[in-house]
Design a protein around this ligand. Structure first.
Ligand SMILES: *[C@@H]1O[C@H](CO)[C@@H](O)[C@H](O)[C@H]1NC(C)=O
Ligand SMILES: CC(=O)N[C@H]1CO[C@H](CO)[C@@H](O)[C@@H]1O
Length: 464
């Protein structure tokens, strides 16, 4: 009777515990028994997650007045997060060999605290048109970089702003796409030169998650990231686009909002781009065509701009948005990932469809957690008792910060990463380059300064 009753209850009570997808054949990891200890055990990703990321084994229930993925996603836009999770950054500018400039935002600022050289560093990539100021970035970075005495992890973080985002100066006729990994690659080269002793852990949101997952797959065991977490990753851009453009509701709400943000970002950078792009090049023509678009859908923008002017070198210009979506997806690279990767997606994410469950099952280095609710980068829940920063009714917290912080600690403080072969860096003609890939390179340039990470260029569904 008891068995039948519990079966009955389980049939009708939805489960709020995330579904975890593990590989059928685990990879083996060398794992320190304690931080800084030389005593190691051999373990698997599953053991690491079950032992150290306990919140993934517990329920996540959204706050009752934000049910469903659309409403959770919408709250990312209308919620006021300006009073919580304040993060200040020091900006460093890197000039790249192709003439472009990267804006790298470091926290805690050097004037605030001095950390040891081997402090773990979280390398963050933001969403579509966001930046280091986004509330979803700060919600994880603030507790990660809070000193240990105040209940944080005491780590350092660096946000890689996409070219032209968050006020980074545009110095070459190129912005960014969801498929470009070279900017992340060069930011990591810089970071490993600056802090050779520090473990580097990736954290990607949405489009930035796609870039990190692609990078890991392309590098295999050459990854400079010791491990990573990717949230709301749009694994298959072709399928996402079919969904978002194929349905009237999604097209009018999501596709239009994303395109509006992109158009705004392009307008902000248009004067510089048109000065830098030689006349009659595909980029110059694409710029003129795209700026004429009136209230486009995402695909219209990608036809006019991204697929043509995504880069000034092959495979660009491409002849359709679908060709770009096919090239840029990250699911196709999952099989080659060789460092531990935790992926978190929500089943009711209105933007991300189709998760690479089969690919994950076949790669021992990857775990995928799927929550029932959460929307796109939402995951709002009631704050815990005693959380003094989250005030009042609307002082919500993002649940996902809990498993992600557990994952940071489980990887940054314990993983040895002995199965990697990281290429050496050296100087060549004023650039720091990587052996075997000399076409990439960087040098630090003047500029930068302080960045107060609270308010940014807000837009509808900014940063998705
Ligand atoms: C790294 O990967 C390459 C190619 O897959 C392989 O030949 C090499 O043995 C690997 N190195 C280590 C340290 O596992
Ligand atoms: C197990 C699970 O929740 N799977 C869902 C994952 O998300 C896709 C959409 O991306 C749903 O179709 C699945 O049902």
């Amino acid at each position: 009777m008891g068995v039948i009753l519990s079966l009955f209850i389980n049939l009708f009570r939805p489960t709020y515990t995330p579904t975890l997808y593990f590989p059928t054949q685990p990879a083996y990891l060398l794992y320190r028994k304690a931080r800084h200890s030389n005593e190691c055990i051999t373990t698997s990703l599953r053991d690491v997650i079950e032992g150290h990321c306990r919140t993934l084994l517990e329920e996540y229930r959204p706050v009752w007045w934000l049910p469903g993925g659309h409403i959770q996603t919408g709250y990312c836009v209308v919620g006021d997060f300006s009073t919580v999770d304040k993060v200040d950054y020091d900006r460093k500018l890197l000039r790249l060999k192709d003439g472009g400039t990267l804006g790298l935002d470091f926290t805690p600022p050097a004037s605030e605290r001095t950390l040891s050289e081997d402090t773990p560093i979280i390398v963050v990539m933001h969403g579509l048109t966001g930046g280091s100021h986004e509330a979803y970035v700060r919600s994880i970075i603030a507790p990660t970089c809070t000193p240990v005495e105040q209940g944080g992890l005491g780590y350092r973080a660096m946000v890689v702003n996409f070219r032209g985002c968050a006020g980074t100066p545009v110095t070459s006729p190129q912005l960014y796409t969801g498929g470009h990994t070279d900017d992340l690659r060069q930011a990591l080269m810089y970071l490993s030169q600056l802090y050779p002793e520090a473990p580097l852990i990736g954290l990607g949101f949405s489009l930035g998650a796609n870039v990190i997952a692609r990078y890991l797959g392309q590098e295999g065991n050459k990854s400079r990231l010791l491990a990573a977490a990717v949230l709301g990753c749009p694994w298959d851009l072709v399928k996402n686009s079919e969904r978002i453009e194929g349905d009237l509701f999604y097209r009018e709400i999501y596709s239009k909002a994303l395109a509006r943000n992109l158009l705004k970002m392009l307008r902000t950078n248009a004067a510089h781009l048109s000065r830098l792009a030689a006349p009659h090049t595909p980029t110059a023509q694409a710029l003129a065509n795209t700026l004429q678009l009136k209230s486009p859908y995402l695909k219209d923008f990608d036809v006019a701009w991204t697929s043509v002017a995504g880069a000034t070198y092959p495979p660009f210009p491409m002849d359709s948005a679908d060709a770009y979506y096919e090239w840029a997806g990250s699911a196709q690279h999952v099989h080659n990932i060789r460092v531990p990767l935790l992926c978190v997606n929500a089943s009711d994410d209105p933007i991300v469809r189709d998760l690479p469950i089969e690919e994950v099952r076949q790669n021992g280095w990857v775990c995928l957690a799927v929550t029932r609710h959460g929307g796109h980068l939402g995951w709002f829940e009631k704050p815990e008792k005693g959380d003094r920063e989250a005030k009042g009714w609307f002082g919500l917290r993002r649940w996902v910060r809990k498993p992600v912080l557990e994952w940071f600690r489980a990887t940054a403080e314990h993983l040895v990463g002995e199965q990697r072969e990281i290429p050496e860096l050296y100087e060549q003609g004023g650039w720091i380059v990587e052996r075997g890939r000399e076409s990439l390179g960087f040098r630090e340039v003047e500029g930068g300064g302080k960045v107060i990470g609270v308010e940014g260029e807000a837009g509808l569904l900014a940063g998705l």
